[in-house]
Design a binder for this molecule. Sequence first.
Ligand SMILES: Nc1ncnc2c1ncn2[C@@H]1O[C@H](COP(=O)(O)OP(=O)(O)OP(=O)(O)O)[C@@H](O)[C@H]1O
Ligand SMILES: [Mg+2]
Length: 259
Amino acid sequence: MILEVKNISKHFGGISALNNISIAVAKAEIVGLIGPNGAGKTTFFNCITGIYRPDAGKITFGEYREEITHFAAHRISERGIARTFQSARVFASMSVLENVMAGTFSRTCGKLWGTLIRSRRILEEEEAVRRRSEELLRFVKLNSRASSLASSLPFGLQRRLEIARALAAEPRLLLMDEPAAGMNAGEKQELLEIIRKICAQGISILIIEHDMKVVMGLCQRIAVLDSGEKIYEGSPQDVQSNSKVVEAYLGKKRDASKS
Ligand SMILES: Nc1ncnc2c1ncn2[C@@H]1O[C@H](COP(=O)(O)OP(=O)(O)OP(=O)(O)O)[C@@H](O)[C@H]1O
Ligand SMILES: [Mg+2]
């Protein structure tokens, strides 16, 4: 297992957002995280990435199972965990290419940006970052838009840009928070292909998604959260036919205004 989350809990005042949740992800595995609005899915990501400190539990990462539970967010990113956000977050006033270049920050921090002396080596490094970023833009099929302003991209393409930026940090685990939200059928299909290709490179993926076609088409394993509890974990087929899951999630109408 590359990621092991054991018994984490997180409270906000009287709300138990996560209660004793354990989920593990293997190398190059795609695990789905589903559940109704407010189930605790994004909070789970925020605990893994160091945005929130879990109140209890333990998170380990990597082949040596290093404990990262209370690491600061930048250290977690350095270890190889990247994420995309529920509502795409791009640097609006930067170009598409600059957005991806900025994603290398956790790798090049202190070397590339931390000096005022633009030595030959620094310039070479910057050139390498540029080439790698262009390669990532080709990977998500955004190379023709490299010099456009990020804010000028339609929403579906901004989401793809966010994926390229996350990959620029060279993660071993990618956390994706509802990547298909707001996409049309064609964009979803392209997204599925991109995610499969990321996985084929040996990168593990934990994906929160409400679109069942996307979840069922991608995931080897699915965990289901409801009101901060993990109510089920199993194969896509088992999850779909489990009565607890159907009752908690599939039967409930989504609050369409939220994503
Ligand atoms: N910073 C915070 N302060 C207070 N309460 C919070 C905070 N973050 C999350 N919560 C609460 O924790 C619970 C879980 O929220 P979370 O955003 O993790 O749900 P979710 O499963 O991602 O839902 P959605 O599908 O709507 O994105 C909710 O009741 C939410 O209001
Ligand atoms: Mg959420």
